[in-house]
Design a protein around this ligand. Structure first.
Ligand SMILES: [Zn+2]
Ligand SMILES: [Zn+2]
Length: 342
């Protein structure tokens, strides 16, 4: 079979590799599409540390069909349409043994610690495979980001009727916004630069209000000033989903007293500079959210039922031969979700 293989950071070729073996409790999935995600860039650039297995086939937003099942697998038939949860916890580390699998330090990740979805086939533990029925294969690439967004919203621990501000209208910001909206927030404001992503956010009705920022920094600054004035009590929760540490630094100024700030991005070596007195005096809770654990059933339910609409959010489709183009396109403002097919 054919797979995208990175032999070193930023260096790949399309290689012919053996179709993986199928263990007793595993399923061989024939990949139809694999979404490409901001985090894939970190895998590709070699920023994710010693757990990365070189050479590596990235890709963790995997959609396909059951091609073969191991002897111990029940409930799946060849041809079933499925999505794959790429994360497996070890059940044995310090955190897993304390019932905190989300903090597992021996986590296995398809497309990072083992071969992923930019390939014709992957083998996956059957417990990580979920059937889909209605959503298209292409649009099902948004189920994995939705599962992560569900965990992000779980972390907010919102009360019914909360007011939420989301910063960033990429696939993650959009999904977090949408999930807050269908889970009882009275007001969800999505703030991001003007342009295609915000247009799409409106198209899928992602928020209640949109703060469309000008690209010009001084104009944007004025817009934030006016926004602050119009919302003197801030928001119960502010979610920073741009991955910019500068924006994270400022985001705390929009958190209501007693509210929560969530950081949701790969910030690299970026730093923030907050007055501890504000966190102390305003009783602000600061949380992070990385990946998800067992959030796939809920993500499938939202997307496959159409309750969360993902129509049109896959804006670009490439094949393996065009993989570099797909990676380059990640940088573009004119893109929402990119799906890659073999
Ligand atoms: Zn992802
Ligand atoms: Zn563990």
């Amino acid at each position: 079979m054919q797979a995208v293989c990175y032999s070193a950071p930023n260096t790949f070729e399309i290689k012919s590799v053996p179709v993986p073996e199928v263990g007793e409790d595993e399923i061989l999935v024939k990949v139809s599409f694999c979404g490409i995600c901001g985090s894939d860039r970190h895998v590709i650039e070699g920023n994710l540390g010693p757990q990365s297995q070189w050479p590596i086939t990235p890709g963790h937003e995997i959609v396909g069909r059951v091609a073969r099942t191991g002897r111990g697998v029940k409930g799946f038939l060849e041809g079933d349409r499925v999505v794959v949860d790429p994360l497996s916890r070890c059940d044995q580390c310090f955190f897993c043994r304390r019932g905190k699998p989300i903090q597992c330090i021996e986590m296995k990740v398809l497309g990072w610690t083992s071969p992923g979805g930019f390939s014709e086939y992957v083998t996956v533990a059957a417990k990580n495979v979920f059937k889909i029925f209605n959503v298209t294969d292409e649009e099902a690439t948004l189920i994995e980001p939705t599962a992560c967004a569900i965990h992000a919203v779980d972390q907010l621990d919102l009360k019914v009727g909360s007011e939420v501000l989301i910063l960033g209208a990429g696939p993650s910001g959009l999904m977090i916004s949408r999930i807050c909206k269908v889970n009882g927030a009275t007001r969800v404001v999505l703030a991001s630069n003007k342009g295609m992503k915000m247009d799409m956010a409106k198209q899928v009705n992602a928020a209640d209000e949109y703060l469309e920022l000008e690209r010009d920094q001084s104009e944007a600054k004025e817009q934030w000033k006016a926004f602050k004035k119009a919302n003197p009590y801030g928001f119960d929760a502010v979610v920073e989903a741009t991955g910019s540490s500068d924006i994270a630094n400022d985001a705390i100024n929009y958190v209501r007293r007693g509210g929560t700030l969530e950081l949701y991005g790969f910030y690299g070596a970026g730093l923030v500079h907050w007055a501890p007195s504000k966190i102390f005096g305003d009783e602000i809770r600061i949380v992070g959210a990385l990946g998800q654990h067992r959030a796939f059933p809920r993500a499938v339910a939202y997307i496959d039922s159409g309750k969360i609409n993902v129509k049109g959010l896959v804006t670009n489709v490439y094949n393996h031969q065009q993989f570099q183009e797909a990676v380059d396109k990640l940088e573009s403002r004119q893109v929402m979700k990119i799906a890659v097919r073999p």
